[in-house]
Structure formats: structure tokens, C-alpha cells
Ligand binder design. Sequence first.
Ligand code: NI
Length: 172
Amino acid sequence: MTIQKIIEYPEPLLRFKAREVANFDETLSVLIEDMAETMFDAPGIGLAAPQVAQSLRLIVVDTTQPGEDKQYMPLVNPEIVEHEGEQIDEEGCLSVPELTANVKRFKKITVRYRTAEGVVKELSSEDRFAVVLQHEIDHLNGILFIDHLSPLKRNLYKKKRKKMLEMEQESA
Ligand code: NI
């Protein structure tokens, strides 16, 4: 397993609509394991393939139970097929450094996806886990959580991020 580099805003690859996974093979299994390792190392609670520069409809989410060993779940070609209610919770993103903000999401969702072996399954979730799934599925459509903020907040972050990058360049 290899820890992958996580690409960061404003990298254009984060804005592409990812393509469906068609081959449920060893290459996919390796990518899933690499993404899980990258997520736990970061550390994060979810990661989408475009964040490691793979334009594929694949996410991994942390499903570790308190006091137990690390566990994760891959969802291939996930789509939200049902949703209900609303919730507002704080989000951050490994590809959007130094920002957390409240985002409005569905309260409950049902996701249809394929396993790493290509088996179609459905999963219903709510609250925090539903937030993570919605955030990661957004990545597959080139959407970042900052897109859900007001234009004012988004522009403030754009400016802050530009400054951060300029300072990184100056000190390099
Ligand atoms: Ni993210």
C-alpha cells in the first residue's frame, strides 16, 4: 500500500466530473487500499478518488467504531437515490486547507453503490455519516464544500488561499 499525494484547491483536477468505474479488478483493489491508507494517514474521515488525481467514481469512508481497529468502506459509482430532511454541520476537506464551515445537507440519504467486487448494494445513513457521504459524492462531480457557502465566504477563502500559496512560494 502506498500513501498518495492529496491534491489541493485550486487544482483543476478537483473540478472534473469523474468517470464511472467499469473494471472491478486488481488495479481497483490496489487504488482502494491506497486511498484508505492515505485517508487514515492524513487523517481524514473520507476521501474521493479525484483527490488523489484519479478521475474515477470511487470514495472511501472511515467506518471505525469507537475503541476498535481502523475500518473503512469503499463505495464505487455511488449515487444518492433517496433523501430526506436537512441538517447543518461543520465540514472541512483535505483538499481545502485551513477552512471549516457549516454546510446544509440532507439529513438522511440512501446511496446505491457497487462494492470493490462490483456487487450492487444500497446503504441508508443519517446525521454525520450522511454528511460525509454527501461531501465525498460531491467530489465525484467536481463540487467542493466551499461551493455550498455564500459567495462572500467563498471569495474570502479564495483570497486567503491565494495568499497562502504566495507565502509558500516565497519561502520555497
Ligand atoms: Ni473533501
